[in-house]
Design a protein. Sequence first.
Length: 249
Amino acid sequence: MFKGVTFDYSGASVLITGGTSGIGLACAQAYKAAGAHVSVTGRGSDPAAYDADLAPFDYYSLDVNDRAALIALAESLESLDILVNNAGGSQGNEWEPDSFDRSLGINVGSAFHLSNACKDLLAASEFPGGASVIGIASMTSYFGFEWTPGYGVAKAGLVQLVKTLGMSWGRLGIRANAVAAGLTRSNLTAPVIDDMPDMVDETLRRQGLKRTGIPEDIAAAVLFLTSPAAAWITGQTLPVDGGFTTGMN
């Protein structure tokens, strides 16, 4: 899937929340191509609700803001080597209290609750380099953005969460890391990329690599971080952003 790079995930069991489109789908396809058994979650009642071909994956209908449903999903799994907490997104006008609270629940609360529920499964993993928990963070983990006060706080919290999990669960053979995605095409960002050229231009001026990201850019970093090549990396967040975090306007 990635030109010049191959991964071997034969026999690995992978769960990706929000794996029906965008970054989550790209991760699911990459893991599957590398030999893994892949499960994805989505809000639809069944895979037919989506345009993407989800036939290669096990599908679970899931509201990630439902703590009981997260725990039930974890309890239904027989094994797990890699958990990718990808589901998330901004929740309307996050200056409204209910939207703010919902954004925190979806973007960081769900990652904590599902990871915690999957802890024993991950600890039992024999995957080379250790089991992994991955979070999908954002540039709003580092920079304030007035449109998304809840999403930004949650994504900053996700960075701290992987630090805590990495420090706490290493003794169990579980690594925890995150990828902080720059402006990458997804259902969430497509309206910005397609309809707000001034904002895109402002972003690209700060970047070293003058293009927006594609989901495969993020998936490649995710697969690296969960591979044996990253066996001594935990508690870290890797910006994959075309150099946005290193530049100045």
